[in-house]
Write a protein that binds this ligand. Sequence first.
Ligand code: UDX
Ligand code: ADP
Length: 479
Amino acid sequence: MKYKINNICCIGAGYVGGPTMSVIADKCPHITINVVDLNEERIKNWNNPDIEKLPIYEPYLGEIVGRCRNKNLYFSNLIKEKIQEADMIFISVNTPTKKKGLGAGKASDLKWVEACARQVAKFSTGYTIVVEKSTLPVRTAEVIKSILDDSQKSSKNSAPSKTFNVLSNPEFLAEGSAIKDLLNPDRVLIGGDNNDAIKALCEIYKNWVPEEKILTTNIWSSELAKLTSNAFLAQRISSINSISAICEATGANVKEVSRAIGSDSRIGSKFLNTGPGFGGSCFKKDILNLVYLSEFFGLHEVAAFWESVVNLNSWHQNRISKLITKKLFGTLSNKKIVILGFAFKANTNDTRESAAIQICQNLLEEDAYLVIHDSKVSSKQIEVDLGRKVLLDDLKNNDNSNIFKGGNWDFAQDLSCIFNNADAVVILTEWDIYKSINWEDVSRVMRCPAWIFDTRSILNPIDIKKSDLNFWQIGNGLG
Ligand code: UDX
Ligand code: ADP
């Protein structure tokens, strides 16, 4: 093998970089891995001796970090030094949708990727393999390559010269099951045009992934495959969410429909759970990248096709908040609504694009008073997402008050007492603890007529029937 990798630097210690590097470190004890980030607080938290306090919550991540940290896995802000030492550099920085300028609202903002490429161009030494790990628009590798190539040109007269190869190695992990997905991936995709560089990255994965699961392609196919994979998954969710609305209108049950269609092996059973709308950092962003790409190439019908998946998702989220308002007699003023779950799915503390944000904002607009609980999301994060919080001392001191100041929200650490005098409970994330709530007890402390809105379809309607609660369940026309 031409290139042997002894030292990896990963730029970006987020939801992708952190878990991915932890698993590589665990499976490749012979490789030194440095995860670097600009954000000092994030790095401090990655180095926290208490593994419960890592900056991201992901099942089993703490154990792996505990095993490898300061043995062959290091977290620091030493970007320059660690780039200098590396044989291989992973770029795992954030690429949110552009907020302004050309392509605003659709194209990804590549300023962080570009900054990384410039850092690599400046500080790297000798031959370096640069791996794009973040989800990126098609042909981003070209941007990285041209920045690196320019640096090669400018250092032509001064030895030692730097050389690079760029690979695309998109991450397919899903948050909440990241470690499982990394340990046992359906496939690993490596795109590139240099066989020796591709082989060097394959060798790393071969430490735990069977060779037949490692697919190699050209770099553009790899980038496009990642976007397409997420677009197909998101499309399934918009499809089933659209059917949930038809089920409610006709008396059908979406769970039965999902089971029936999912039994067709050509369709398959996964990703057919209806919910409050897909969230997360990837789906919307990746589809909008496809839309932007299609428009750029004049493929307007293709753009409209994919955009409709995102439009359906927004419509669906708004449909849920409208429905809640309607059931509560068309006004939420002076009403307390308990929100169970704020993360975009269970088993993560990530709230990016969570359906909870839009739904809560809509309810606050209607003047509701929200009490929000989540197993892992912090009050601070909800404050960032909802953009306002007024602490109401009178409410805090008087749990039995019926006078709620509308348009505000409060955070609940745990479930004790939060249902007191509430008019409604809305389940937005499928955390396990919500499945074992005793609804008969809850119904005794809520204000009548009290409602449960189950947007994740995690409750058994028979359990609710034992209480005095009114019940709405997504896609359940008989509810
Ligand atoms: C996704 C892809 O699954 C992963 O392969 C890619 O690397 C990154 O994007 P992630 O966003 O972490 O992963 O989570 P995912 O499990 O895909 O869920 C995305 C959203 O869809 C969540 O809001 C989830 O609640 C929702 N969802 C998922 C449904 O509403 N129904 C389903 O059946 C599945
Ligand atoms: P993802 O879900 O893609 O991992 P995150 O936002 O969780 O996204 O993580 C991306 C990380 O990349 C952040 O912690 C951010 O501080 C870091 N980052 C962004 N740009 C740079 C850069 N130029 N150098 C180092 N770290 C960076």
